[in-house]
Design a protein around this ligand. Sequence first.
Ligand code: GLN
Length: 199
Amino acid sequence: TPTIGVLALQGDTAEHLRVLEGLGVPARPVLRPEELDEVDGLVLPGGESTTMSKLAVRYELMEPMRKRIHEGLPAYGTCAGMILLADHILDGAADQETVGGIDMTVRRNAFGRQTESFESPIEIEGVDGGPLDAVFIRAPWVESVGADVDVIGQVTRGERAGRIVAVRQGALLATSFHPELTGDARIHRLFVDMVKGNA
Ligand code: GLN
């Protein structure tokens, strides 16, 4: 069984660890570079991407994360974690760095001030059993993707219909929303299957 790490610099690390443990997957927080060497997959949680990226530099995790992800470490980012996995960002803080890995442009806080948080059913390609109840909190959306990126989830109703909120590129997965907060483990199961090489 693979071990999955959850980046523990800031954000909802504990919620991700709980979901993974619920699936019976060994999971542990990653705060030091050595801890990154011991995991077979990495979750980047929701939280505040500017803070997380500053802390990643300070804790000397930024370069090691870039290196391991470049080498093929499977990773899953939710919300702020999606921003961290983006090669390009819009509306970032001045000189906000990302880990990168997914050939996409992500717009921070894209859903706007009036709708700081909302829920919407989202159908995810590769996830059976009907749409997920997706929770968005000051969420980003994916503005554009490169040719190697699969769009696996989009908003289907309302004025935001068509907005891209879930993507996959090889072993990398990202969602604008927070499945770690809703008790629906299907996306985490997909990620575990990706780590095992079965998806
Ligand atoms: N708006 C946050 C950011 O830019 C992300 C919010 C979240 O992770 N819920 O980092």
